[in-house]
Design a protein around this ligand. Structure first.
Ligand code: A2R
Length: 320
C-alpha cells in the first residue's frame, strides 16, 4: 500500500520530521532547490499538510491541492491559516492547544515580574560592575495593582490562576462574559484599560483583533500602566505602543510577540525600560516536543479514520 503524501512547507522539529517520515510520504518543500516547481509536482497528490512556522496556508494554496483533507498546524495560534476558508472546502484544521497552556502562563508571569522589577536591567547592572558604585534604583511594584486580561481563554485563565497567588485584583475582557469565573468582566477593552494598571494580552491574532490595543487603550491604561503581550503582536498597534512608551503615556511593557517577527522595531530595542523576548512563551524542550507530537498525532488519527484530535472551532469534528 502506498504511503499518504503529506506536505511540509517549512522546517519542523527533527522528531516531528522523523515521526512523519515513518508513517507518511513526507514532501519537504523547503529542501527543494526550486520550492515552487517542487510544489507544482507534488500538489495533485497531497492529502495533508504539517504546518510549522508562519507559512500562509489559505485559498490560493488550497486551490493547488485538490486532494487536501487536513492541515495539522504547530502552535495554538493559527492566524496564518485561513481556517474559515478551509472549513468551507471541507478541509480540517488542527492546532496544538492545552499542551502549552501552563508553559505560556508561566512565561507571562515571569515577563510581568521581569518588567515591573527590572530583572534584565538589574542583571546587566551586576555584570557591568555598577553595584560596586551604588545600589540599583528602586523599582515599581506589583503590590496593589489591578490586572486586566485580554482573552480569558485557556492561557488567560492559567495566567489568572497564577495571579491569584500574587494577591492582585483580576478582571478580563473578551467578546463574551463567562459565567463560571470569579473575575470582573469588562464589556469593552477601553473600559477595562481605564480600570486597571496592568494589561496582559493573551488574545489570538487575525482580522478581528488586529490593532485593538491602540493609542486610546494606552491612554486609558495611564502613566503607571504596564502592558504585557504573550498572545500575538498583531493585536497591538505597534507604532502607538512605541509612542505611548516614548511619551510616558504608559510606564513600560514586556513583549514576547511582535507585529513582524523576528524583526523587532529599533525604537523598542533602544528603550531601556521595556523587556523584549523572542517569542519564547512555549519554548521549553518538553513543551515544544509535546506540541510537535500533537501535530503528528492529529495526522495519524485522521489517516487512521479516527478524526482529528484537536480541530479548531472553524472546522468542527464531526463536521456539522
Ligand atoms: O472573545 P471570547 O469570549 O471568545 O474569548 C476569547 C478571546 N478572544 C477575544 N477577545 C476579545 N476580542 C476578540 N475579538 C477576541 N477573540 C477571541 O481570546 C478567548 O477567551 C481567548 C482565546 O482563548 P483560547 O481560544 O482558549 O486560546 P488559548 O489557548 O488561550 O491561546 C490564546 C492565544 C493563541 O491564539 C495564540 O495567539 C497565543 O495565545 O499563543
Amino acid at each position: 500500500m502506498s504511503l499518504v503524501p503529506i506536505l511540509m512547507p517549512s522546517p519542523m522539529m527533527p522528531h516531528v520530521v522523523e515521526a512523519l517520515e515513518g508513517a507518511f510520504a513526507l514532501e519537504k518543500a523547503w529542501l527543494a532547490p526550486d520550492p515552487a516547481a517542487f510544489l507544482a509536482g507534488v500538489a495533485p497528490r497531497i492529502r495533508g499538510i504539517a504546518a510549522g512556522g508562519h507559512v500562509r496556508v489559505d485559498g490560493p494554496l488550497f486551490d493547488r491541492l485538490p486532494r487536501l483533507e487536513i492541515v495539522s498546524s504547530f502552535g495554538v495560534g493559527y492566524d496564518h491559516i485561513d481556517a474559515r476558508e478551509a472549513g468551507r472546502r471541507g478541509i480540517t484544521v488542527t492546532n496544538t492547544p492545552d499542551v502549552l497552556t501552563d508553559e505560556v502562563a508561566d512565561l507571562a508571569i515571569g515577563l510581568l515580574l521581569a518588567t515591573i522589577r527590572h530583572l534584565p536591567q538589574v542583571d546587566r547592572y551586576v555584570r557591568e560592575g555598577r553595584w560596586l558604585e551604588k545600589p540599583y534604583q528602586l523599582t515599581p511594584t506589583l503590590r496593589g495593582r489591578k490586572v486586566g486580561i485580554l482573552g480569558l481563554g485557556r492561557i488567560g485563565k492559567a495566567v489568572a490562576r497564577r495571579l491569584e497567588g500574587f494577591g492582585v485584583a483580576i478582571s478580563y475582557h473578551g467578546r463574551t462574559r463567562q459565567a463560571d469565573v470569579p473575575y470582573r468582566y469588562h464589556e469593552s477593552l477601553l473600559g477595562m484599560a481605564e480600570a486597571v494598571d496592568v494589561l496582559v494580552s493573551v488574545a489570538p491574532g487575525g482580522a478581528e483583533t488586529s490593532g485593538i490595543v491602540n493609542a486610546a487603550v494606552f491612554r486609558a491604561l495611564g502613566p503607571t500602566g504596564i502592558f504585557i503581550n504573550v498572545g500575538r503582536g498583531s493585536v497591538v498597534d505597534e507604532p502607538a505602543l512605541i509612542e505611548a512608551l516614548r511619551s510616558e503615556t504608559i510606564l513600560s511593557a514586556g513583549l514576547d510577540v511582535f507585529a513582524d517577527e523576528p524583526r523587532v522595531p529599533p525604537e523598542l530595542i533602544a528603550m531601556g525600560h521595556v523587556v523584549l523576548l523572542p517569542h519564547v512563551g512555549s519554548a521549553s524542550v518538553e513543551t515544544r516536543r509535546a506540541m510537535g507530537q500533537l501535530v503528528v498525532d492529529n495526522l495519524l488519527s485522521w489517516f487512521a479514520g479516527e478524526g482529528p484530535l484537536t480541530p479548531v472551532p472553524e472546522t468542527p469534528w464531526p463536521a456539522t
